[in-house]
Design a protein around this ligand. Sequence first.
Ligand code: GDP
Ligand code: MG
Length: 297
Amino acid sequence: MTESKRFGVVSFVGRPNVGKSSLINRLVGQKVSIVSRRPQTTWREITGIFTGENAQLVLVDSPGLHKPRKQLLSRRANQSARGAGTGADLVCQVVDARHWTAEDQQVLDHFRDIAAPLWLIMNKVDLLDSLTQVLPRISELQTKHSWVEMVPVSAKSGYNCEHLLSTLSSAVPEGPPGYDTEMLSTLPARFLAAEIVREQIFRQMGDEIPYTSGVEVSRFEDHGDHVELDISIWCETKGQKAALIGAKGVRLKSIGSSARIQLERMFNCPVHLMQQVKVKKGWADDHRAVTQLGYGE
Ligand code: GDP
Ligand code: MG
């Protein structure tokens, strides 16, 4: 493989639910960041790596800046989002192409004076009535800030994502790739595995589970031809544990089998998955537990 000629870190910022994680998954072409219909499910930065012919891009998915909450877990997430602009060669503010909200304005106010070029990514254009609405939306959003670039995309359909990749690739500084060209993420496989299980919990539990459910990989063994994983799912109350397991264990089984399909795709081999649900009151407030689960520094 030829060495890419440019290398850069691109940070994706924006309010929750605009599609940052979906977009990074689309750009990397593989699931590295959990996607959820409910906002605020990404607690820490997830980093994807795209290696193209001309450039390697490190794509940083920042947790949405959200309103401060009491819990430690939430404070950590906010700290992480504030650092997002620093150290990046380029910052992309992602918005829902259909509307600009007060929260989008807050994000802009936060990042408008950073040293790195600020781009606007108008996502979800598939939800506009027609693509003829894109140009008027661009004109309107031009009044908010003089963005270095404005790129309409759809993470869902893939519309214009190739174009975004090639524009980003020519905008980052010259330099050799910072990571092995086979790598898709700077995060360890066991963290990605926990994220995949967590995504299934959010998908399958709907409103029944609070955000404060944690997933820990207690054993991770790569045997080459297969991977063995022991997963502990933490929740706050016995009631949540019962809901997670479901009648006759059906819920937990379904979470496990959907997660296993995704894990097998990621590891490209059979995955043996063991799950356990554990109750620990107040875990989201417990420094040690939060750090142990990988949400810390
Ligand atoms: P984040 O909070 O900014 O990381 O947003 P997510 O990537 O988790 O996406 C939030 C929701 O928007 C999910 O339900 C996604 O499926 C959905 N979504 C993301 N991108 C698009 C898009 O381009 N089109 C449509 N229709 N939905 C999208
Ligand atoms: Mg996200």
